[in-house]
Design a protein around this ligand. Sequence first.
Ligand code: CAA
Length: 246
Amino acid sequence: MGARVALVTGGTGGIGTAICQRLAALGHRVATNYRDEGRARAWQERMRADGIDVALAPGDVSSPEEAEAMVREVERQLGPVDILVNNAGITRDTTFHKMSALQWREVIDTNLNSVFNVTRPVIEGMRDRRWGRIIQISSINGQKGQYGQANYAAAKAGMHGFTISLAQENARFGITVNTVSPGYIATDMVMAVPEDVRNKIVAQIPTGRLGTPEEIAYAVAFFIPDEAGWITGANLAANGGQYMGW
Ligand code: CAA
């Protein structure tokens, strides 16, 4: 398979960085978005030091206008987007009876509405070119729920509802749409969970450890080659055995 243009949202984060690295190693031209330019440029330099060139485009994925401008900027720098990884996400953990409207809205806007905002400007081009890969990074907690994450679990479950609808609408156009549902991965997001709570969670993982970002990047890459063209609407769990759905 030839080189493709891949847009990974939230590419400078823990899982996002590993996805950018893996897609670049597979020969694809990779871009990500940023909100903080200084931070993003420093990250880009670190990637360059490892021989990986990642294009940057400004934009907050929770804004439809910014997301569209971001996609157009990636197209300007690299060409039409063939592979979209909707990876950007945040947490605002708190039990629901204490949750503010802002904590609800920030998570739904960044984790779920973002999927509309970023996919909408790329889908028509993929349909015209008769090839595309769209991958949502959801979560184990969208599958099983999580104490303190009513907002996050709702958004993450919604991402897969989006996947299975888009998969049906676009299968005839050579576009596959799939979800990867990571379990607890050793990133800043998980390390922000209080240590005692985190230790109890790790004790529930059959592998006995947190996952690595590279293990998620591997699952993402699985969906990309032409040989994966028959796999659409799937939800691939990569969670160390913590939750085994059907
Ligand atoms: N099941 C049942 N009871 C629980 C519980 C659980 N899973 N977790 C906490 N409780 C209980 C506690 O035992 C405690 O009970 P008592 O008052 O009787 O002692 C009560 O609920 C309050 O718990 P906390 O003291 O923890 O309450 P808090 O308000 O300080 O914090 C919380 C609540 C923010 C939800 C905190 O427990 C927390 O951070 N939990 C982890 C949430 C989590 O897993 N987030 C994932 C982040 S990483 C991520 O999202 C990536 C991904 O996709 C996997």
